[in-house]
Design a protein around this ligand. Structure first.
Ligand code: ATP
Length: 913
């Protein structure tokens, strides 16, 4: 063949060729490519990555920072200042709009990039045949010509021409918009068939919802159909959360309120105080600038972005930003057992057949250990050999010795069976080679069994393995025998063992497993019991959850007795409490179901559809539910839950796609860590609000008080309004002081009691009475201090009437500078109070958040520049202060510290009562 595999141009007619013709064209074989060829093709075609699609261009993000009510109000204010002949003030206002937009842009752009990077952390694995061996590789490493096997739950990693297909249903909504799954076949179709009718193809990014298949890669990366439409499926770019939405509403409210107050002030200034129109309008501009929290959007984005990053550090990757907040108000966590609460390191410990018990030594997947009977090491009897052979053949797992340890490919339950068979002297490769599989009914959580068809020495048989009840239902047994087996099973389950039953059935001449063939007529072969120890860290995490008012429920497909035993070890069940079976749930009416959902802590033998009903029942009882899941059928429950949590290691691509959070280590403790982080983020957001907003209210009050109550001064015969601050000075406070002080709050440590208080109600308003009261107290204190400082300094300097223009200008600059410095000190001292809204500063540890001191230091330095640097004096109309003035400003600012501390103490006392 002289033709090269043409993945880059993805010849569109692969679907019209037979499977063999496609393999030939790609110079590939059904056994997969040899490793050397893979390396060559990787060099030629590059990685299997989609070119990333920018969800929103940088310019659009930048424009959004300006194009909002607050942005336009500021631009209006700047234009007004310009019209009034105050170009410096106008410049400062425009500068502020620009700087704010740049800060907002950088934050949002960076947060977006960081979140994209997180999405890329979620690995997509693929199973390929290389040199005839099945291997799990990262989807990025696929090359054209690779032979990939698919099973239910997989995301198709590249464009494939299907070679063999079994009951394959693929959901192609990502590509065709059609949400109903399509049944695939391996046959060729017409060359001009539209995408949705090309049944012999499976396209990258679509999802296998049922069945299995093998296919050869015909296109990767940008050459795939998905790459062509350039749709990077990614829901994480959305930066809106319930809180930001609430704040957007607040900011529109502020804008309207500001406009109303401004109108009143202008009227009052012109008609009551007889001030020149220009002067009155300038006060209005100052007020507009003062009342708007320009720095707030930046601070919120920073808080959320830090939260997302910290969660990722703790192995919880957030795919959907609002989840950061919702996590903080989670009231119930419904968790799978296997792998999440337990280690998912299965080891077979016991086999039972024909009334005999055999014990297996050894731990983990190492196929090293012995089998003993009645305390003595024993060679496997033919019956035990038969049982282990069934366990090995009706099994997809592979054990491999890699880098000094045994690793597995496939399901841990099955891997444990392979290890157990090895202890009985059965070599997996040899046995599977000798008795190849003719057909399979794969294991599903609903059916709870797996069946395979083989030609054994004694004839064709169907081998069956699954949950004991499922297997016994299919076996011809008398009542007494059945009773005995169930008793044995119960004994093992009570010890927390996961029990698997095995059976076989003659199937003379069968080529396939017919549906009715697996329904009955099996001969029972025996039981195997395996341990799966609980995770130590899960026990601690469950305790933490209990303290935090979060209920943990275990939802498992395992047997109720096993589930109860593990539930007790984990501390989920106490006293008489027991597990409820999925079947028991089916018998309950609506009300009973809800009650059961609320009161039961362990659900066993549960099918995925129960999960969905449980989520709905809990939600209808007002709970905020986090639900874990890994299988295809868990997707509806994951979508429905407030926080769907998928498993990064064992989870199917379908479940990850449906989830809001993906656990990179499948570990329950990571959910608790994420909840903790969620509470911290929310607390810090509220702290930032509680810190920033009093300044805006305070500034607006100061300017209003000045307008309503400050005397007018006659300067050289002209009536002058006394303004405590100019517009540019209010901007200085709003942007420089507020932002440099509030950003460090985003880094604030977790409050000592954050995981000891009940979850926050999701509909609780951001502005609780408590926050509003705090806001008003601080704003009033700030107003009193600033006004007092200004009046005292101005009249001290200006002296008795008549006032000359020069003396007025000098006194005004001094007094305004002192006023601004006083406000800055109020902010600094109030910041210390905001580190915890309820607890005293000391309880957090004074130095537990060093960034606070960096923020304060930076601000003092900048305030020094504001006061002393001539260029800044020119822009902001500031003047140098002497030591006494600094001291006075500091003392006035410090007033807030004891007042708020007293308020906190009184509230704590009231709460303690
Ligand atoms: P969880 O929902 O906590 O992850 P689980 O993994 O125990 O629960 P399933 O995987 O649905 O739940 O398994 C249910 C039962 O099916 C198990 O108790 C076991 O008896 C049986 N089983 C599990 N895996 C297999 C398998 N690969 N083949 C046959 N039977 C299995």
């Amino acid at each position: 063949m002289d033709e090269k595999p043409q993945a880059e141009t993805a010849t569109p007619d692969y679907h019209a060729l037979t499977a063999d013709a496609v393999l030939e064209k790609l110079e590939a074989s059904a056994d997969g490519l040899p490793e050397t060829e893979v390396a060559r093709r990787r060099a030629e075609f590059g990685p299997n990555l989609l070119p990333s699609a920018e969800a929103e261009g940088p310019w659009k993000i930048f424009w959004r920072q300006i194009h909002n009510p607050i942005g336009w109000l500021l631009i209006g204010a700047g234009a007004l200042a310009l019209l009034l002949g105050k170009p410096t003030d106008a410049l400062v206002v425009f500068g502020a709009v620009g700087i704010n937009a740049v800060i907002g842009f950088i934050q949002e752009f960076r947060a977006g990039k960081a979140i994209d990077a997180l999405a890329a952390m979620i690995p997509t694995a693929a199973t390929v045949l290389r040199g005839g061996q099945a291997q799990a590789v990262s989807a990025v490493d696929l090359v054209p010509g690779d032979v990939v096997t698919l099973q239910s739950g997989d995301k198709i990693p590249a464009d494939l021409r299907l070679l063999r297909v079994k009951n394959l249903l693929v959901e192609e909504a990502a590509l065709t918009g059609e949400s109903l799954p399509v049944a695939k076949r391996a046959e060729a179709v017409e060359a001009d068939a539209p995408l949705g009718d090309r049944l012999g193809m499976a396209y990258s990014g679509t999802l296998v919802v049922q069945g299995t298949a093998t296919g050869v890669v015909v296109a990767i990366g940008g050459a795939t159909e998905l790459g062509r439409i350039n749709a990077l499926l990614n829901q994480t770019r959305q930066l809106e959360t319930p809180l930001t939405r609430q704040l957007a509403k607040v900011s529109s409210g502020i804008t309207v309120a500001v406009l109303a107050v401004v109108a009143v002030l202008i009227g009052f200034g012109i008609w009551v105080k007889d001030a020149p129109v220009g002067e009155a309008l300038m006060v209005a501009v100052s007020l507009a600038v003062a009342a708007i929290p320009e720095g707030l959007p930046a601070v919120i984005t920073i808080c959320l972005a830090i939260g997302v990053r910290r969660m990722a550090d703790r192995n919880a990757v957030v795919r959907h930003l609002p989840a950061v907040e919702t996590l903080g108000s989670t009231t119930v966590i419904c968790s799978d057992k296997t792998g999440t609460l337990t280690r998912n390191e299965m080891t077979v410990q016991v086999a039972w057949l024909d009334g005999h018990e055999y014990r297996f030594s050894g731990i983990g997947y190492a196929p090293e250990g012995e089998i003993s009977h009645d305390g003595r090491i024993a060679e496997p009897t033919p019956a035990l050999f038969g049982l282990l052979r069934t366990a090995l053949l009706c099994n997809d797992a592979v054990l491999r010795f890699e880098e000094q340890s045994w690793t597995i490919t496939g399901d841990p339950t099955e891997a444990a069976l392979v290890a157990a068979a090895a202890k009985g002297g059965l070599d997996a490769e040899a046995m599977r080679g000798r008795h190849p599989r003719l057909d399979v009914v794969p294991f599903e959580s609903e059916t709870k069994f797996m069946a395979t068809l083989h030609r054994l020495d004694e004839g064709t048989v169907i081998l069956l393995k699954g949950a004991p009840e499922t297997v016994l239902e299919r076996c011809a047994l008398d009542a007494e025998e059945r009773e005995r087996i169930l008793e044995v099973m119960d004994t093992y389950a009570r010890q927390g063992l996961r029990v698997i039953a095995l059976a076989r059935k003659e199937a003379q001449g069968a080529e396939q497993i017919a549906e009715e063939a697996v329904a009955e007529g099996f001969v029972f072969a025996g039981l195997l019991g395996m341990i799966d120890p609980p995770r130590g860290e899960a026990m601690d995490a469950i305790r933490l959850c209990r303290e935090a008012g979060i209920t943990v429920k275990m939802i498992t497909g395992d047997h109720p007795t096993t589930a109860e035993a593990i539930g007790r070890q984990l501390g989920l069940l106490h006293g008489e409490q027991g597990a409820l079976r999925g079947r028991d749930l089916d018998d309950l009416d609506e009300g009973g179901f809800r009650r059961a959902a609320l009161e039961t802590h362990v659900f066993a033998r549960v099918a995925p559809e129960h999960k969905l009903r449980l989520v709905e029942a809990l939600q209808s009882e007002g709970q905020v539910v986090a639900m874990t899941g890994d299988g295809v059928n868990d997707a509806p429950a994951l979508k429905r839950a407030d926080i769907g949590v998928a498993m990064g290691i064992t989870g199917t691509a379908v479940s990850k796609e449906a989830a809001k959070v993906v656990l990179m280590d499948d570990n329950f403790a990571s959910i608790t860590a994420a909840v903790r982080e969620g509470r911290r983020v929310y607390d810090n957001l509220i702290k930032s609000l509680a810190f920033i907003l009093p300044t805006n209210l305070g500034l607006a009050c100061i300017l209003s008080v000045a307008m309503f109550f400050f005397p007018t001064v006659t300067v050289d015969g002209v009536n002058e309004l006394l303004m405590a601050m100019s517009p540019s000075q209010t901007l200085w406070i709003n942007l420089i002081a507020s932002v440099s002080l509030s950003v460090p709050l985003a880094f604030e440590v977790l409050e000592p009691d954050a995981m000891r208080r009940p979850p926050r109600a999701p509909d609780a308003p951001v502005f609780s009475r408590f926050i509003v009261t705090r806001l008003v107290i601080v704003a009033l204190l700030m107003t009193a201090c600033a006004c007092a400082l200004f009046l005292w300094e101005y009249f001290r300097i200006v002296g008795p009437e008549p006032v000359t223009a020069a003396r007025h200008a000098y006194a005004l600059a001094e007094a305004q500078t002192l006023c601004v410095t006083g406000i800055t000190f109020t902010q600094i001292f109030y910041l210390l109070n905001c580190r915890s809204l309820r607890d005293s500063l000391l309880s957090l540890g004074i130095f537990s958040n060093p960034s606070i001191f960096i923020g304060i230091g930076t601000l003092l330095l900048m305030q020094g520049c504001f006061v002393y640097l001539p260029p800044l004096q020119k822009i902001f109309g500031s003047a140098p202060l002497d030591g006494w003035a600094w001291l006075t400003a500091m003392l006035a600012g410090a007033v807030v510290l004891p007042v708020i501390s007293l308020d906190k103490w009184l509230r704590r006392e009231a709460r303690a009562k």
